[in-house]
Design a protein around this ligand. Sequence first.
Ligand SMILES: CC(C)(COP(=O)(O)OP(=O)(O)OC[C@H]1O[C@@H](n2cnc3c(N)ncnc32)[C@H](O)[C@@H]1OP(=O)(O)O)[C@@H](O)C(=O)NCCC(=O)NCCS
Length: 164
Amino acid sequence: MESSTFTKPKLIIRPARSVWAILLMRWVRNQVCEFMTGNNQPIPFWAQVKWYYQTYKGNPNIRGFLAKESGKTVGYGLIINYDGRWAVTAGFIESARGKGYGRKMFGFLNNYVFTELKQQYVYLDVLATNTKAVALYRSLGYKTTGELRGTLTMRCESPYEAGI
Ligand SMILES: CC(C)(COP(=O)(O)OP(=O)(O)OC[C@H]1O[C@@H](n2cnc3c(N)ncnc32)[C@H](O)[C@@H]1OP(=O)(O)O)[C@@H](O)C(=O)NCCC(=O)NCCS
């Protein structure tokens, strides 16, 4: 009898280092822009290339990651230092949502901020209308610390001892 096996696709998260990785990040980002900004304004190709060379490359205040499923880029994550506060953001293409990847990516980003960057807190901004994302963040321990024009600022405290 023929047997078939089903292997759950695995998500691999890798640092985004090259300009090509940053263009793949834009490809995903342009599919989730309405969740990020509330509008559908895509990032032009040239603007992303400019951002890579002028802002991202070699900047220790920005860490980018790509998420791959069976070799295909399906999501990205970013860690950015704004005025001493480390904030995270992430997005997945529609076909990759609801599979636990967002939970895995935010778990990875939080852990990176706590253990690699040795921070006590990690922050994020989210549109209050993005109820799915807000539910995910709450379940990860994020608490709302402020609200401005429909955007919530949330903060999660490190489970590790302060000052690690
Ligand atoms: C928000 C996002 C990153 C979540 O990632 P995801 O892979 O879809 O979510 P997961 O499958 O890991 O689910 C995590 C949690 O989200 C919530 N969730 C997932 N699907 C949901 C749905 N259809 N309705 C309500 N909540 C849902 C649940 O709390 C879920 O918890 P569970 O693991 O106990 O079921 C992803 O949907 C996405 O990229 N959305 C578009 C971009 C975006 O909104 N980014 C965040 C900007 S701040």
